[in-house]
Every structure is written in structure tokens, then in C-alpha cells.
Design a protein around this ligand. Sequence first.
Ligand SMILES: C[S@@+](CC[C@H](N)C(=O)[O-])C[C@H]1O[C@@H](n2cnc3c(N)ncnc32)[C@H](O)[C@@H]1O
Length: 467
Amino acid sequence: MTDTVSTKFEPKYYFANEEENRSRLWNNKSWCTIAEANVSFNLEAFWKVVERWTNEVHLVIPPIERVEIINDIENKTYDSTHDECLARIDPIRSINRKLIPKRKNKDDELEELVEYYIDENLNESRVVYTPILANSKELLHENIPFYYPKVTSFSYVYKECGQRTSSNDDSEIDYQSQIFIEIIPLLQSFEITDKMKYAYKQLFKKLYKWCQNTSMGYEKRIHHDLLVPKELYKNTYQRLKNKYATDLVRNWTEKTDPIKFVFEDIAIASWLISIWELERVEQKSSILQSFIDLGCGNGLLTFILSSEGYIGFGIDSRKRKIWDVFIEKGAKLIEGTIQPNLITYPSIDWIIGNHADELVPWIPIISSKSSSSTKFMVIPCCFYSLSGSKYTFPNKTITSGRYKAYQEYIEDIIKKCGFITEIDWLRIPSTKNVVLVGRKRVDNSKNILADAFEVDIDKNNSIMLLI
Ligand SMILES: C[S@@+](CC[C@H](N)C(=O)[O-])C[C@H]1O[C@@H](n2cnc3c(N)ncnc32)[C@H](O)[C@@H]1O
């Protein structure tokens, strides 16, 4: 079981649009938030519930007998990031379905578009329901069947906030996210009837309850502390938090949310320092491990590890403003673009790839080539393949399974590089919290790479993957 404490359901509703302006632009459309609540369940639970409701709509709309799926298109190469707030993003899945009512003689069928979105810039996942009226009927209040919300579009949103809520025991860590109902009203000025208010409240409560219950099922299956004992991790986390957190949050110069990055990187550093301590005990060594953080971003992880005495550096193709502060305090941060098929780090003990985008699949290969004792840890995040382009999922993988499927792709590379994959789940706000570790090898022979991939290994021991 995790330590996650379930957040009490305390929803806020915004039913009167003159009361407070709750509208915002998303994907070029103006959405009104009508319900909001803090939650502690995970994103997987949200998608699992959404998926179930897509196929079994009677669970949410009782007058519906069943759905007929007309079309189900998965966008395998979607790009969920966008530079400008107003840029359009594509759904990762579009389902065209027909709602078949129980009282066939009395109620109309309704065709509907269901779209799944992942907006990585906003840390939001969203399902959008849009009614499509047959026979060129206009989308008007009176043309929408009684069992359906009177809206242009309706959506459930899950936002990963990465906020920290204190629990009774300060050493326990609990994370908080939010869920919303957002709608595009039929008219700019809209009024929600008492009946609709009741319906929205019921739906929101149901979403919360179902996700909470699903999440409890998940949590039982997720085991933290597989590679690092809980007590060791927590003591290290507490020590690093006391030492660094306040100053870092106060003096954050980046535009990003300091709460998210500071606590997440303290957690990752705590896990690494703990596993390195155990390794030194096992090796009866007092020499601190050396490291390199590939795609180090803001350099915070490198800064914390360096400040704790570990010799190492971070590399990123883009320098961040806050680097100056960290460099002044002794961190080594280098601006440069890594060519992953050419580089090796033979004198480094551990190679780190924390959400390192297209470098992640390469890190086991770089480690394998570097030396027989080089180890690595990667936290996979965005789905990149070895070619540097977005990973194309080979089989139909539902939304909740994409992260797992990508993890398996990386595990396959790790295995092909001759490592035994070890897995742990980090106690970080991000739901992408799996860490894959390569510190044990089945065979020290470097030729394993040539056997595994179609590669050329030249005299300088640089390899070219023929992909
Ligand atoms: C998603 S960010 C993560 C940053 C950081 N590790 C973190 O977790 O906050 C990925 C980073 O990898 C860097 N990156 C990607 N490919 C790179 C390459 N070939 N050489 C250097 N940096 C690279 C990007 O510039 C970006 O800063």
C-alpha cells in the first residue's frame, strides 16, 4: 500500500456565470468550469473510469440502454505539447458513438463524439463529449434529448497539480491533483436549471467515487520501496527537504512551478542518494559515486547531488536562467547537445535520465558502451523512440496503458543491452513515477549490443544504430 491519504470530497460548484468568471480558453474554445474538487487518486484511475464509461454509458446516464461504437480512432503519433497557449492540440483518441435509449418509442437516439486529450503543457488529461445532431438539426436546447446535458460540449478534466498537502505525520508524503467539469455552453449567457445542477452534482460525485475506488485497487498493486527501504528514503528525504526546500522555493527564478520541481527533485535525489549509500555499504567503499544527468533541464537535481558531495555534472542542450545560481554554488552544468549514438562516459559511475525525452531510450545503450561497471537510472516520460521521433505504439493500447507500453519498450532495450532491469516507483507528484535501473548485467560482453540491434561498432567503440 502507498501512504496516500484519500482527500475528502469537498467540491466547489460555479453554476451562476455572473457569480464569478470561470471561463478560460482551451484548444481555441471558451470553456466554463462548473465544478472543481481536490483529489488524491491517480491519473490511471481517471482514465480507467473514463474508458469504462465510454463503453458502458448506462452506468452514468440511466435512461440509456447501451452504446453503439461507430468509429474508434487512435492517434498514435499525437503531439500533446504545444508552445503557445492558444495552439490547437489533437485528441489522442476519437470515438464516434450512438447512445441508444431504453424507451425506444419515446426518446431519441443521439450520436456523440468522445475525444480523449492529454495536454502535457498544462498537465491536464481530458475527455470531451460533443453531441452531433442528425438531419442537420441545429444544436439547440430543445433538440438535445432530455437525458443529455444542454451544452455544446461537456468535459471531465484531471489536472496533476503536484501540490503537497501536509498530513499528520510530516514524514508521510501526500500529493494532490484536481478534477473539473468544464462545459462549452450553448449560448454565451447561460442558466443552469435546478434539475441540471442536481445532475451535474451527481455526475461529479460519481466520477470522484469511481476514481477513488479504482485508485485504491491500483495502489494495492503498486509497491514502492522495492530497491530502497522506506525508512532510509524517508530519513534522507526529510534531511534534504529541511536543508534545501525553503531556499529553493523562495529563490526560484524559472517561470515553472517551484513547488512541483523542488519537491520532485528532492524526492529523486533522496532516492538516488539512498540507493548509492546502500551500494557503498555493499561494496565496502567510502568513495561517493560520480554521476552525469543527461537532459538535466533546470539543473536542480545536479545541484542537490553536487551539494551532497557527489561529483558529477548535468548537460542540457538549453541553458536555463537558474543555472547561474547553481553554478555559483558549485554545480557543474554544461550547455551542449548530446549525440547519443556517439557518446560514452567510461569514468562515470551512474548515468541519470530523469524525464530526459529522446535521450531516455539511449541511456541503457550509452551505459552499456561506457564501461562494464557503468550503471544507470531512467524515469521515462514522453514517448520517444531511438530514432528521436515519437514512439509508435505497435498494438492498440488504451490511454491508461500507453505509459506501461512505453516502459516495456525501454525495458526491452535495457535487456538487449545486457542489463537486468530493476524497477521502483518513486514517491513523486508525477504519475510518471516509474524508475528503471540498470546496475546488474547478465553478460559484460559489449558485443551483446551488436547482437541485439543492427549496429556498426567502429574502432573508437562508437556505434551507429541502423534504424
Ligand atoms: C522534459 S525535459 C526534463 C528536464 C529535467 N531532467 C527535469 O526532469 O526537469 C527534457 C530535457 O532534455 C533535454 N534534451 C533532450 N535531448 C537532448 C540532447 N540530445 N542533448 C541535450 N539535452 C537534451 C531538453 O533540452 C530538455 O531540457
